[in-house]
Design a protein around this ligand. Structure first.
Ligand SMILES: Nc1ncnc2c1ncn2[C@@H]1O[C@H](COP(=O)(O)OP(=O)(O)O)[C@@H](O)[C@H]1O
Ligand SMILES: [Mg+2]
Length: 140
């Protein structure tokens, strides 16, 4: 039978929790015996998604971010879930260099970074309801 594992963690939308989120996902993935490069890629992608949930989803206000992580065989699927403002136009938001907060000196490269460092990225979002970003990577 194929190996299966899962975990869920929830935390407040504080920037000090970005490093916590990165480390907790990296620790969970360790069972797949990833290379340091794989781990760095996953940490970078998780950081971008969690930062987005904090500054865009909850706009710096109080909220809860949930990370749901599964491992099926050699594939890790990471969902970063917020119940914040949501995204009006997902296609536009995913474009390289698009940012709704240019005044905050955002690069607009977060989604592009997530797509580059993972095998696949999916974005589900509804204005007023929140956003779920799914990051998928197979560890060879
Ligand atoms: N969790 C989220 N909730 C609401 N909006 C989001 C979320 N994640 C991303 N966005 C929207 O998508 C845009 C692009 O995100 P990203 O590529 O990370 O660039 P940046 O964070 O530098 O603006 C953001 O400017 C924001 O408008
Ligand atoms: Mg971003």
């Amino acid at each position: 039978m194929e190996f299966y594992n899962e975990m869920t963690v929830s935390f407040k939308s504080l920037s000090i929790n970005e490093s916590f989120a990165r480390v907790v996902v990296a620790s969970f993935v360790t069972s797949l015996d990833p290379t340091l490069e794989d781990l760095a890629d996953i940490k970078t992608a998780v950081s971008e998604a969690v930062t987005n949930a904090i500054i865009h989803g909850y706009e710096g206000k109080d909220g809860i971010i949930t990370i749901h992580c599964t491992i099926t065989g050699k594939t890790v699927t990471i969902k970063i879930i917020d119940k914040g403002v949501g995204i009006e136009d997902i296609e536009k938001a995913r474009q390289p260099f698009y940012t709704s907060k240019p005044e905050m000196e955002r690069s607009g490269m977060g989604f592009t970074v997530m797509e580059t460092f993972m095998d696949r990225m999916e974005v589900e979002s509804r204005p007023g309801e929140g956003t779920t970003v799914t990051l998928i990577k197979t560890i060879e």
